[in-house]
Every structure is written in structure tokens, then in C-alpha cells.
Design a protein around this ligand. Structure first.
Ligand code: MF3
Ligand code: CO
Length: 265
């Protein structure tokens, strides 16, 4: 079922989203070679609590942590633990928070210390694909417009575009309809409407698009061991265009303004 949200529901999602962004900022500042991903999880749990939110991942189908920490060949759903961050790692941190029953969900990727040129290009291109997909999330467009736009960026760069894991609707539940694949045909799929909230989350691999799941039944890795990257934002579809909820407090959330700022920088 598709849920259409009211402005007051969006207001709660915005609080959850700002919490997610605060976690991302804290993790990014703290992360350094020698630190475990388990430490980043503990730090994240603290920030979520301080913000008056609850972690949505913890206990989700038995998931054991507040964040997913996915370094290098891990695409998504890496469980934080004893892994020690190394100089040159490309890691994705995926966070979900709930405020008064409403969800925010987002992932950033960043380098631990200096990244290789190859990994740095993967990082910027995957983020770019997320923004390109976001820009297609306007009322009247279709879900396939988002996927086609994301996929085109990945393919142009020669990357494997992950197909098994997709973006999604979000609201009172973390995963709602519709599914938002990172591939598709422009003009196809469900029509997008004002009041919908979506997570747009491209996952690109340096190698092929194929994935595998480790014995822990969570950790998703690239089948060929190549490096992967993941970015995600929660957005609202409004009459004024897409509004990004998972940016830090005070940050511009209007997509047109964001894209203009990025083009100038
Ligand atoms: N953020 C992920 C998504 O977008 C969900 C994490 S899975 C969990 O689908 F089990 F960790 F919650
Ligand atoms: Co998501």
C-alpha cells in the first residue's frame, strides 16, 4: 500500500531524518584507522538516544545493531563488530531512526584517510547518481524515471549497478511500497505523487553487479570481491519539489537549492 503523508507527518520524519544526519556527522568525525566498526555503532546508539529517537535497525528481523557498517567489498548490511578500520577503506554507514513513530533512513560513504583514485571516483559517482535519481522524484514522474537515471550514471562510469537491493517508500514503517530499483525504464512503473516519501539508494560496484550473502545471513558482498559504494537519502515529494529529510539541522533541504549550491562549489 502507498501511504500519502500530511505535512505534520512529514514534520516528524524531518526530525527522524535530522537525527540520522547527526549520526552520520558524528561517525564521520570519529572514524580513523585503528577504530572498530563496533565503536562506531556504540557512538551511533548514543547520538540516536540523545536526540530522543530510537534506532530502527536494532531488532529489525533480528538485526543486532543500530547501524550497518559496510567497508570495501561489503555492499550493504555489514554488521558492526571487531573489524578494524584501515587507511584507504571505503566504508558505508547506513542509519535508521524513529521519531514519534516516523522513520528516517540514510547512508553515507566516505574514505578512512586517503582513498585510491579508483575508490574516490566510485565514491563521488555513486553520490552523484543518488542526486540525479533524487531530481527525478517529482510528482507526475514514474518510479522507472528514477531507476533509469541512476543506472545511466553507473553504466556510463563502467560500474556494476546492484539490482537485488532497492530503494523504498518510508513513513510509519522503514520499508513501504513502492520499491525503487536503481535500474529501470524511463516512463515505466508507478506514478509518483505529492505526499509520498521515498528512500533513493544507489549501490555501485567497481566490478560486476553480482552480489553474495555471507554466512551471518546479513552481510551482502560483491560476488567478485570488488569495492562497493552506497548512498541513501530519505526525501519527501512536495509541490515545491523533492525535500531531503536526512541532512543536518539547518542544512538546505530543497533539492533545487542543493543542486545549485553543488554546481557552484
Ligand atoms: N537502510 C537499509 C535499507 O534501506 C535497511 C537496513 S537493514 C537492517 O533498506 F536490518 F539493518 F535494518
Ligand atoms: Co533504505
Amino acid at each position: 500500500m502507498i501511504t500519502i503523508k500530511s505535512p505534520s507527518e512529514f514534520a516528524k520524519m524531518r526530525v527522524a531524518g535530522a537525527c540520522v544526519a547527526a549520526v552520520h556527522q558524528a561517525v564521520r568525525e570519529a572514524a580513523e584507522p585503528g577504530m572498530t566498526t563496533g565503536h562506531l555503532d556504540a557512538l551511533s546508539a548514543k547520538v540516536i538516544e540523545e536526540r530522543g529517537c530510537t534506532p530502527s535497525f536494532l531488532g529489525y528481523y533480528g538485526y543486532p545493531s543500530s547501524i550497518c557498517a559496510s567497508p570495501n567489498s561489503v555492499i550493504v548490511h555489514g554488521i558492526p563488530g571487531d573489524y578494524v578500520l584501515q587507511e584507504g577503506d571505503l566504508i558505508s554507514i547506513d542509519v535508521g531512526a524513529i521519531y514519534e513513530g516516523y522513520h528516517g533512513d540514510a547512508a553515507i560513504s566516505f574514505g578512512v584517510g586517503e582513498l585510491s583514485l579508483e575508490r574516490d571516483r566510485l565514491l563521488t559517482t555513486t553520490e552523484e547518481a543518488m542526486w540525479v535519481g533524487l531530481a527525478k522524484a517529482v510528482p507526475g514522474n514514474r518510479v522507472g524515471d528514477i531507476g533509469a537515471a541512476v543506472e545511466a550514471v553507473g553504466h556510463a562510469a563502467g560500474y556494476g549497478v546492484v539490482r537485488e537491493y532497492v530503494g523504498h517508500g518510508i513513513g510509519k514503517r522503514m520499508h513501504e511500497e513502492p520499491q525503487v530499483p536503481n535500474h529501470g525504464k524511463a516512463g515505466k512503473g508507478m506514478k509518483l505523487r505529492t505526499g509520498m516519501a521515498l528512500c533513493i539508494e544507489p549501490m555501485f560496484n567497481l566490478g560486476t553487479h553480482e552480489t553474495a550473502v555471507l554466512d551471518d545471513e546479513w552481510t551482502v558482498v560483491t560476488a567478485d570481491g570488488s569495492t562497493s559504494c552506497h548512498w541513501e537519502h530519505t526525501i519527501a515529494l512536495t509541490e515545491d519539489g523533492p525535500q531531503v529529510f536526512t541532512l543536518p539541522d539547518g542544512a538546505e533541504t530543497n533539492l533545487d537549492a542543493l543542486l545549485a549550491a553543488r554546481a557552484l562549489s
